[in-house]
Design a protein around this ligand. Structure first.
Ligand code: ZN
Ligand code: ZN
Length: 278
């Protein structure tokens, strides 16, 4: 079991671009030892195992938005966790999450029927509790925290999450361009896990290719630079900024430096399997 009681585990700090160093976007929030999964990118189940968080012990999964890089790992998490003995699961996410879940169940219906015929109970896979939301405010989830959400700036409905526990506050931005909503949501947080995707790196560094330049320009409307992540953390007065959602070959020192120019608190460049306690 993971040693961490209160805090986060960064499971995947990557982006839609496949990357051996960074798994697809996913993180775990630990509340008094209870793991809450936030997003479920490619490789999430393997990352849970590496982090010593048994997937069958994760009974709540919350999606920030329905982009492929944030849900590629769902089929494996759903069926693999059930296979290991999970008998209860609640999935929370923006409107559309129910249809998404039903599509996955439908895709695997013969497979599930086969495993049920072997003698496995249906609980935990055919009775998943789905909670959809489509407006900012509070979301009622059966976990020991107050959960507030607000809309981010991205090209599909995307929500940032604020978790208020007894002794600490942890906020996840999801994917977003700079917006006052994340500054408000993150006010005074102990930890802010923030999109810092737009570190000018890899294929985008020093390019003159007009196609790449066009994509880079368009990405500015969807994500934050590390400097903008630092700005948000500074304005919100958070204690620790943990940046994530990186493209391949990002240079961590540069990301940290860029954020530190804006933010007086602790700037952390997220890495897969990094654990941060509060
Ligand atoms: Zn996205
Ligand atoms: Zn993403």
């Amino acid at each position: 079991m993971s040693e961490i009681k209160n805090g986060i585990t960064m499971l995947g700090t990557g982006s839609p671009r496949p990357d051996l160093e960074r798994s697809g976007p996913a993180q775990v929030l630990h509340i008094n030892g209870m793991p809450i999964l936030i997003d479920c990118g490619e490789g999430t189940t393997a990352q849970l195992l590496k982090a010593n968080i048994p997937p069958e012990n994760v009974n709540v999964l919350m999606f920030t938005h329905l982009h492929s890089d944030h849900f590629f790992g769902y089929g494996q998490f759903l069926l693999g966790g059930w296979g290991r003995g999970r008998r209860e699961l609640t999935v929370v996410g923006p409107k559309g999450i129910k249809e998404f879940h039903e599509t996955v169940i439908n895709m695997f219906k013969d497979d599930i029927a086969y495993r049920v015929s072997l003698g496995r109970p249906e609980n935990g896979v055919l009775d998943v509790n789905i909670i959809e939301f489509d407006e900012p405010g509070e979301v009622s989830v059966d976990i020991p925290a107050k959960v507030s959400i607000d809309e981010m700036v991205h090209n599909v409905p995307t929500f940032g999450f604020r978790f208020e526990m007894d002794n600490n506050v942890i906020v996840f931005s999801g994917d977003t361009a700079p917006t006052p909503n994340i500054v408000n949501l993150a006010q005074g947080a102990d930890i802010l896990v923030q999109d810092g995707c737009l570190a000018k790196t890899g294929i985008y560094r020093n390019t003159t290719d007009p196609e790449l330049l066009k994509i880079w320009e368009n990405l500015q409307k969807e994500h934050c630079t590390p400097g903008q992540a630092g700005d948000i953390a500074q304005e919100a007065g958070v204690k620790k900024l943990v940046m994530t959602h990186f493209l391949p070959n990002v240079i961590p020192e540069e990301v940290k430096e860029e954020a530190e120019e804006q933010f007086d608190g602790e700037s952390i460049v997220g890495e897969d399997l990094m654990e941060i306690s509060v």
